[in-house]
Design a protein around this ligand. Sequence first.
Ligand code: PMP
Length: 304
Amino acid sequence: FAERDGFIWYDGELKPWRECTTHVLTYTLHYGVGCFEGVRAYKTPKGTAIFRLEEHTRRLFNSAKILGMNMPWSQEQLNEAQKEVLRVNKLESAYLRPMVFYGSEGMGLRASGLKTHVIVGAWTWGAYLGADNMERGIRIKTSSFQRQYVNASLCRAKANANYLGSSMALNEVLRDGYDEALMLDPEGFVAEGSAENIFVISNGVISTPDVTSALDGITRRTVMQLAHDFGYKVVERRITRDEVYIADEAFFTGTAAEVTPIREIDNRPIGEGRRGPITEKLQAAYLALVNGESGSYPEWLSHI
Ligand code: PMP
């Protein structure tokens, strides 16, 4: 990924992609203390727009605050940086990756004296879990790794270190031939995917776990709003693994994954074993919204 043309916003400067290196004694590389965002921009009829940019930037600043990292930029500056990265790289649609990390100003765990660095990279990225799967649905497996415990990892933060568990879980199930992992919380209740929130639908009621161990996903919030607008009942509650087995429909949400139907869990078909009708309706509404085709919630589109 390092060998590419283009520019990355690096501590306030647009630097050539290949020159955006960091020293091997970078604090965040050793200890995982850092935070990041995943943001998408779409080509809309009125030009390229970043979806819910302000919410993503706010979550990034909240993550940094939780980790006790001092942010050298304002939210406005970071919003502008993300737009600038799209413009300079001539990207009409893209995935954006802002990341906040400590540098190589010192070694040892003591964080005083370290500098906070910020980068924003962007590139084109298709359907995260596969284009065919957006219609067909994916096969998932319950992970042998549990999602984090709230007072060990800080789950409100989208922290680099939280992705150790995500990476272990995803790569374990990929090796076994599944598309994504379902992670349970330390008490055994359904939490989320490795990089997605989960929803289940039974008897027309849409349920999603509360965000104790799961990330407070921006796509999750968006889909809850869309479901509410359609008149569906949406409930945030504890969900058990076997409830997913007997659900009529299930899907994942995430900036990268958008709305991805789940067709099978632990080798059991969910409902009819394909994308369900409510999932299809919400997926279409989400894609129309982010692509600027629905005209609703125009305030969620930041044109570049
Ligand atoms: N959970 C985890 C662990 C994630 O990494 C993501 C992706 N950011 C999500 C949920 C979904 O969050 P969002 O909809 O804000 O992208």
